[in-house]
Design a protein around this ligand. Structure first.
Ligand code: ZN
Length: 307
């Protein structure tokens, strides 16, 4: 079976303004690059999300507020660095719709696993708060969809974005059906993510790393992720795939290389293969150097293709 790629044209219309790091080219470079591997991939568009699935993750008030926050022209600010424009509405709903499409496709065996090339990203978005370029928490909506629609009881979210996914942690802190694991630069934006934050059911594992952490140091620390996954035995695996821990990324100071994303992905997949039967969906979060993003996402997807 092939790997699914979920993406759509609306993502380039989420205009965040000149000079904003979370910009349209991020998805375009990934998609253009993946066209070279067309034969191994199945391309699919996002589905329209039933809002009842958004309301499991976010409050009704928040979903309504967001729906009405998109300007007819110019820009609106949802927080200091989360900007929306007229084209952002469709992109925002399509980003969530992508993870729903990906999950349905994996469960229906249209493809073995999937990567969603989307923006806006999601992992900083809390139940009632947009922040850090994130509006809806795409991956959290996906995990709750697996629980609500398909009755999964053990979902692992692995977040290797350089920033801590405070939103995802917040949403699942008291939910034993979701294991949230994050590796991230610490102390750093958004401030959360100490190893002491463990979740009500020991279902959160934070692996904070100092600025300057290199490949070998990162991969050594990643052994804790693999150990936790083997203990938890997830039935479905979701990646919050941010590529901003790359040494060339302008927003943070970890020192990973593009090839490390192959190693991270491959080692994760090997550690869970006996439990999740290959059911893996990955979704783009950060990554702000275009060349690093293009290479790193390709290495990540290469591991998905081999699995
Ligand atoms: Zn990030």
């Amino acid at each position: 079976m092939k790997t699914g790629i979920i993406t759509t044209d609306s993502f380039v219309n989420h205009n965040t303004g000149l000079g904003h790091p979370e910009r349209a080219d991020r998805v375009s470079v990934i998609v253009e690059n993946l066209k070279k591997f067309e034969k191994k991939l199945i391309w699919k568009k996002p589905t329209t999300v039933d809002k009842k699935f958004l309301r499991i993750t976010h409050s009704s008030n928040y979903v309504n507020m967001i729906e009405n926050s998109f300007p007819e022209k110019g820009f609106s600010y949802l927080d200091g660095d989360t900007v929306v424009s007229p084209g952002s509405k469709k992109a925002t709903f399509d980003a969530v719709g992508s993870i729903i499409s990906a999950i349905d496709g994996v469960i229906n065996k249209d493809f073995k696993n999937a990567f969603c090339a989307v923006r806006p990203p999601g992992h900083h978005s809390e139940q009632e708060k947009a922040m850090g370029f994130c509006i809806f928490n795409n991956i959290a909506v996906g995990a709750n969809y697996l629980i609500s629609k398909y009755k999964y009881k053990k979902i692992a979210i692995i977040d290797f974005d350089v920033h801590h996914g405070n939103g995802t942690q917040d949403i699942f802190f008291n939910n034993e059906k979701v294991l949230y694991i994050s590796t991230h630069q610490y102390p750093y934006y958004p401030g959360s993510g100490s190893y002491k934050e463990k979740g009500k059911y020991n279902n959160v594992l934070n692996i904070p790393l100092p600025a300057g952490t290199n490949s070998n140091e990162y991969l050594d620390a990643y052994e804790h992720v693999l150990k936790k996954l083997k203990e938890y035995k997830p039935e479905f695996v979701l990646f919050s795939a941010g590529f901003d821990a790359h040494k060339d990324d302008p927003l943070a100071q970890l020192q990973l290389t593009s090839k490390d994303y192959y190693k991270i992905t491959k080692r994760t997949l090997d550690s869970v293969k006996n439990y999740c039967d290959g059911k893996v969906v990955s979704i783009l979060e950060g990554g702000y150097d275009l060349n690093a993003l293009k290479e790193s996402s390709q290495y990540h997807i290469n591991a998905l293709l081999e699995f």
